[in-house]
Design a protein around this ligand. Structure first.
Ligand SMILES: C[S@@+](CC[C@H](N)C(=O)[O-])C[C@H]1O[C@@H](n2cnc3c(N)ncnc32)[C@H](O)[C@@H]1O
Length: 306
C-alpha cells in the first residue's frame, strides 16, 4: 500500500526529478502499480488505457516506447490509473467494449456487454436466416448498451428492431451505439418495463433478453468491478428469476406463432427456467453452453396454432 502510493507520487513527478517520462517508462510504472493493487490483468489494462489516451493501437504503442509524454497526458493517465486502482472496470474508463464485431460505447449507466451474450446474437441470426422472412421484427428486452440488437441489425440489413429498457440513461447509450452502427432508422427504442406498452399487433419473430439474473443473496458477494455496474442491470430478485419469469408471461402476447424467445440465464437457474416454460405454449427448448461449458442460454419456440 505504502509502496504503491510512493510509486504513484513518483510516477509522474517529471518536473521535480527531471526524468523524461516516455511511453515505455510510464507503462512499466503503471503495470507495477496496478499489479500491487491486485488487478489481475494489470499489463493489458495499463496498455489499453494508454493506447486510448494517446489514440494509438497496441502495436503503435509498442513502436512508440521512446515517445515522450507531456504533462497534460501524464495528468490524464494518472487520473485513469487512479480510477482503475479504485476498482472501476477498465471499460468505463476507456468508454467502450468490443462485442460481436463492433465497438460499443459503455458508461456506468449500462452493463458492460459480456462475450457469453454473443450466443443470443448468434441464435437470433441463425433463426432469422432459417425463417427467410422478408422483414422479421426482433425485440431486445433490457437493451442496455444496444449490443445485442445493434449486432443483429448490423449483420442483417432486412431486420427491424425494437429495444426496451426501464433505464432512460441506458436507452440514450443504446441510441448512440445504434446511430454509430447506422441501424437506428430500422429500430425504435421504448422506455418501459419489459414489453409493456408495445402494441399487441406488433408480433415479433424473435425476442432476445439478457435480463438481470443475479439473485439478491449473490448481489452482496459480487466481484469488486461487477459491483460497480448498475444494480438495475444485475439484480434479479430473491432467486434471480423475477424478471425472467415476468417476461415469459408477457412475451406470449408478442411472439408470432413459430417465433423464438432466447434468454440468457445463470447456469444454476437452468432447471427452474425449464419449469417456467412448462404448459405455457412453447416447444423445442434448447439449452446452449457458454465458452466455459456452462448452461447459459435457453431458447424456445412459440407453439404454432393448429
Ligand atoms: C443484464 S443488463 C443487459 C444489457 C444488454 N442487453 C446486454 O446484454 O449487455 C439488463 C438490462 O435490463 C434493464 N432492465 C432491468 N429491469 C428491466 C425491466 N423490468 N424492464 C426492462 N428493462 C429492464 C437494465 O436497465 C439493463 O439495461
Amino acid at each position: 500500500m505504502i509502496v504503491a502510493s510512493i510509486l504513484f507520487s513518483r510516477l509522474f513527478s517529471s518536473v521535480m526529478n527531471r526524468t523524461k517520462w516516455t511511453v515505455g517508462k510510464v507503462l512499466v510504472r503503471a503495470k507495477e502499480l496496478l499489479r500491487e493493487k491486485g488487478i489481475s490483468q494489470h499489463g493489458r489494462d495499463a496498455e489499453e488505457m494508454l493506447s486510448v489516451l494517446l489514440n494509438l493501437s497496441r502495436v503503435e504503442l509498442y513502436t512508440s516506447l521512446d515517445r515522450p509524454m507531456n504533462l497534460e497526458e501524464l495528468e490524464e493517465y494518472k487520473a485513469m490509473l487512479r480510477r482503475r486502482m479504485a476498482g472501476e472496470p477498465l471499460q468505463y474508463i476507456t468508454g467502450f467494449e468490443w462485442f460481436w464485431k463492433h465497438r460499443f460505447k459503455v458508461t456506468p449507466q449500462v452493463l458492460i456487454p459480456r462475450p457469453e451474450t454473443e450466443i443470443l446474437v448468434a441464435q437470433a441470426i441463425a433463426f432469422i436466416d432459417d425463417t427467410k422472412e422478408p422483414s422479421p421484427l426482433v425485440c431486445d428486452v433490457g437493451i442496455g448498451s444496444g449490443a445485442i440488437l445493434g449486432s443483429v441489425l448490423a449483420d442483417r440489413g432486412h431486420v427491424l428492431g425494437v429495444g426496451t429498457d426501464v433505464s432512460y440513461e441506458a436507452l440514450k447509450v443504446a441510441k448512440e451505439n445504434l446511430l454509430r452502427l447506422k441501424v437506428m432508422e430500422r429500430c425504435s427504442l421504448v422506455c418501459t418495463c419489459l414489453m409493456r406498452g408495445i402494441r399487441p399487433e406488433e408480433r415479433f419473430s424473435v425476442v432476445v433478453a439478457n435480463m438481470p439474473y443475479v439473485s439478491s443473496s449473490e448481489m452482496g458477494s459480487l466481484q469488486r468491478e461487477v459491483a460497480m455496474e448498475p444494480r438495475i442491470a444485475l439484480d434479479g430478485g430473491p432467486d434471480g428469476l423475477f424478471w425472467i419469469s415476468q417476461l415469459v408471461l408477457q412475451v406470449a402476447h408478442h411472439l408470432k406463432p413459430g417465433g423464438m424467445l432466447a434468454i440468457e440465464i445463470s447456469p444454476q437457474q437452468v432447471d427452474k427456467v425449464k419449469l417456467l416454460f412448462k404448459g405455457k405454449g412453447y416447444d423445442g427448448m434448447k439449452v446452449l453452453k457458454d465458452h466455459l461449458g456452462r448452461d447459459r442460454v435457453v431458447t424456445v419456440v412459440r407453439t404454432k396454432e393448429r
